[in-house]
Write a protein of this length. Sequence first.
Length: 135
Amino acid sequence: TALWFYWETGKILMEYSSLSQETPATVTNWSIQEISSEEFLIEAKYTFLVNKVSHTNNYTFSRQHFPNLWGAEASMKRLSAKEWRAWYNPKNPDQTKLEKNFPYKLCAYAFLLTGLLIYFFILGKYMLAQMKLQN
């Protein structure tokens, strides 16, 4: 599972670093996605121009979960008043997001996991050395 976690963290960091360009975006449609009766997400459909070519994409604000429809509607109203910029990959402008957030939490977990792996590796070597001394 540690390798899977490192793999997923690496993929997210690669995606973050690939979204290196930004341009103004126009949100054309806001919607609320019902995940369950107690979980709602906001989704935006937006367009932006790269080299005079129009691109359209959908973005789900997955970091903001709402326990009820009213909270999602209030947040959607607040979000719709903002000016948006699309972050995109210059090699593939269809790879885009409205928010570019560095995965601080995942990186911290990766460092903690690395520390634990090193700790248990050293502990294992220490225990083996102690067992050899007793024999």
